[in-house]
Design a protein around this ligand. Structure first.
Ligand SMILES: [Zn+2]
Length: 222
């Protein structure tokens, strides 16, 4: 484990005070610049067009996503997830939430990680983002609703059909799934690629009695 990761695990946001803030994409120092990214990287952020309404046959009604995945934002998301920087995730989530009209819902549910991955990483990126989403819309973040029962290989590099198979049966209702009964759910993930993961979660939520499922992802693949 790198020193920065080790420190950030213990110090969280105090890291910003101890180490000067740097752009999470290009690592250039950003002293005096109030935004997360340096001006050059911020200028390269690509806003996603408005929310995606899906057809009636889809189990996810709506996808709200502030950014297109790529460039500086992708580099920042990778650092947030793989360098153990939940505080960076909080800032990225707040940036994204501030760029879109947030959908209404009764409860917020993050896409779960398998417990083995959770132990490796120390946190679930979707829960970090979900916490900020819940705060923004004034609704509870419900953990323990969904369980990732299979430790699926990374979706990266798989074609859409392969992604659907990869997550088939990967999720199940957990002990607190009663919390979604007759409730509208806002399902939160970091990145929406083909939507296979979100749809697999949505099917479980609807079977558990959720009245509808909408999705929020920080970024979506164009
Ligand atoms: Zn930068």
């Amino acid at each position: 484990m790198g020193m920065r990761k080790l420190l950030s695990r213990f110090l969280g946001e105090a890291m910003d005070v101890l180490l000067p803030p740097r752009c999470p994409a290009c690592t250039q120092r950003t002293d005096g610049w109030p935004a997360i990214f340096c001006p050059a990287c911020e200028g390269c952020l690509e806003r996603a067009p408005g929310p995606v309404h899906t057809t009636g046959a889809d189990c996810v009604d709506l996808l709200v996503s502030p950014f297109v995945y790529g460039g500086p934002l992708a580099r920042a998301i990778v650092r947030f997830k793989h360098s153990g920087l939940p505080a960076l995730g909080v800032r990225l989530a707040d940036l994204g939430i501030g760029c879109v009209e947030m959908p209404e819902a009764d409860v917020v549910v993050p896409v779960p990680l398998h417990r083995r991955r959770l132990a490796e990483r120390g946190f679930n990126p979707a829960t970090v983002i979900g916490g900020r989403v819940a705060r923004a819309i004034g609704r509870p973040l419900s953990l323990g609703v969904l369980l990732r029962v299979r430790d699926t290989p990374s979706q990266g590099g798989l074609p859409p059909a392969g992604r659907r198979l990869n997550v088939k049966g990967a999720f199940a209702a957990a002990g607190r799934s009663g919390r979604v009964l007759e409730r509208s759910v806002l399902l939160v993930d970091d990145v929406w690629t083909t939507g296979a993961t979100a749809r697999a979660c949505a099917r479980v939520l609807l079977r558990a009695g959720a009245s509808s499922v909408t999705a929020f992802a920080l970024a979506r693949v164009a």
